[in-house]
Design a protein around this ligand. Structure first.
Ligand code: EPZ
Length: 431
């Protein structure tokens, strides 16, 4: 297994291009199941999760080419995907695939809407929490789906004539449930109204793509989505929006090391709460024409109190990175995680580097220490892993991060982007 070696202490200076958002690219790729026509997606990041989903979609019969070339199995190169789901040959998403990536469960809605039946493995829990799918199923049932759970699989079918539009009121905000129902509603008969829908920018991006495919959607960006389903959707060309979590991660990294970096292509409006929190630490955050400039020179980091919330609140996907930054703040910070019950796997690893963090239920109390010291640590999930990268960049001496395949799931060319700004970071290949 590959490892990453970081020698801390270097300031970050320069420019980092922000990639397309993983969490938009995945459902956009899945949207290809909704049409027999060609869907072209630009700015797709080259990530392990994208490559895994490409394999899952091929299994359903999606013909996939990258930059005009026919994609062969294995790592995909290039950033423009052409997807054609003329014939769906298999409506089963097997355990071996769905268990490796939760977002692949989102094929359920589109398969059901287009083929009137689907068999999709339950995704199961994962390192950050139990992560049930009850809200997905409640939403799809409201659209008329008949659903059974048997031997770890969701078996779903529609009544004759397919799914029909309905009102869905979510008792709790869920990105995945909103995404699944949105994708299904696009091919349902009549109008679907989702209330208390998630408002994450990635949902808006998928909705914009569905509009290009011929669906009428009102309320994009709000918690009430009104979708007029269509009998058939057309092909479209769509560009994946920039990754706000990658943006926040690099912004926090610059604050951690000190320096001056422009995050090109980044959109501040997609992570305003996180940027406001960063500004309150004493870091300068400046919106520029090309993106976001982050500057910290000399002054120490002010501690903060923050809690994770659905969009537009502080994102859970940046909680670990903020905690890494707070480890050397000038005082005590309080970070509360309200979305996932077990998203503190990074705490014990940060402690290996010398961080002083006490956990009490859903709250972490971080006492700023004078400095961190390099040590071997282990990546546990995607965002926890990258928080260790931030901590290692600050630490004195050398840190080795093991199990970096987690990072490869969600960060495109991480080492290259950081080393381009002066970080001493290298991948040690397992051979
Ligand atoms: C999405 O996961 C993201 N994944 C996650 O990013 C992100 O952390 C999360 O949204 C919250 O923003 C992708 O976009 C691929 P949820 P999702 O449904 O959709 C509970 C990353 O690092 N819930 O909004 O699975 C659930 O347990 C990943 O890129 C139910 O109770 O998250 C959680 O407590 C990790 N029943 C809360 O809702 C359900 O049916 C929010 O989860 C569904 C969810």
């Amino acid at each position: 297994m590959d490892r990453i070696k970081i020698t801390g202490g270097a300031k970050l200076n320069g420019m980092i291009p922000i990639s397309g958002a993983k969490n938009a690219a995945l459902p956009l790729l899945i949207a290809s199941l909704l049409t027999a026509d060609r869907l072209t997606l630009k700015n797709v990041p080259n990530l392990a999760d994208v490559n895994l989903l490409a394999r899952i979609l091929r299994n359903h019969g999606v013909d996939l080419a990258v930059d005009g070339k026919r994609a062969t199995p294995g790592p995909l190169l290039g950033e423009t995907f052409h997807l054609s789901a003329r014939d769906i040959v298999d409506t089963t998403a097997p355990y071996e695939m769905v268990s490796r990536m939760r977002a692949s469960f989102w094929v359920l809605g589109p398969l059901l809407a287009r083929c009137h039946q689907a068999k999709v493995s339950l995704p199961g829990g994962c390192a950050i929490g139990t992560r049930p799918v009850d809200l997905h199923l409640v939403g799809l049932k409201a659209l008329g789906a008949e659903i059974d759970i048997d031997r770890g699989y969701v078996l779903a079918k529609t009544p004759a004539g397919g799914l029909r539009g309905a009102k869905v009121i979510f008792p709790k905000v869920s990105v995945g449930a909103t995404m699944n129902v949105l994708l299904a509603a696009a091919l349902a008969r009549g109008e679907t109204v989702m209330e208390n829908a998630a408002r994450e920018p990635e949902i808006g991006d998928v909705a914009e793509c569905l509009v290009k495919m011929g669906c009428l959607i009102e309320g994009i960006g709000t918690s009430t989505l009104r979708i007029q389903g269509r009998d058939r959707l057309e092909g479209a060309v769509h560009t994946v929006l920039p990754d706000r979590i990658e943006t926040g991660t690099f912004a926090f990294a610059v604050a951690a090391t000190g320096g001056d970096v422009v995050l090109t292509g980044a959109k501040a409006v997609h992570l305003q709460t996180a940027l406001d929190a960063l500004a309150s630490t004493g870091t300068q955050v400046i919106e520029t024409e090309s993106g976001i400039r982050v500057v910290r020179n000399g002054a120490g980091i002010n501690p903060i109190t923050v809690e994770t919330q659905p969009f537009p609140g502080f994102p859970t996907d940046l909680q670990a990175q903020m905690m890494a930054l707070m480890t050397t703040a000038k005082g005590t910070s309080v970070i509360r995680e309200t979305i996932f019950e077990n998203r503190f796997m990074h705490v014990q690893e940060l402690a290996r580097l010398g961080a002083d963090i006490q956990l009490s239920g859903d709250t972490a109390i971080i006492k700023g220490v004078r400095g961190l010291t390099g040590a071997p640590v282990m990546a546990t999930d995607l965002r926890a892993s990258v928080s260790l990268v931030i901590a290692a960049l600050m630490a004195e001496g050398e840190t080795t991060i093991n199990r970096v395949y987690h990072l490869d799931r969600g960060f495109e060319q991480l080492e290259r982007k950081l080393s381009g700004c002066g970080a001493q970071i290298e991948r040690i290949s397992a051979g």
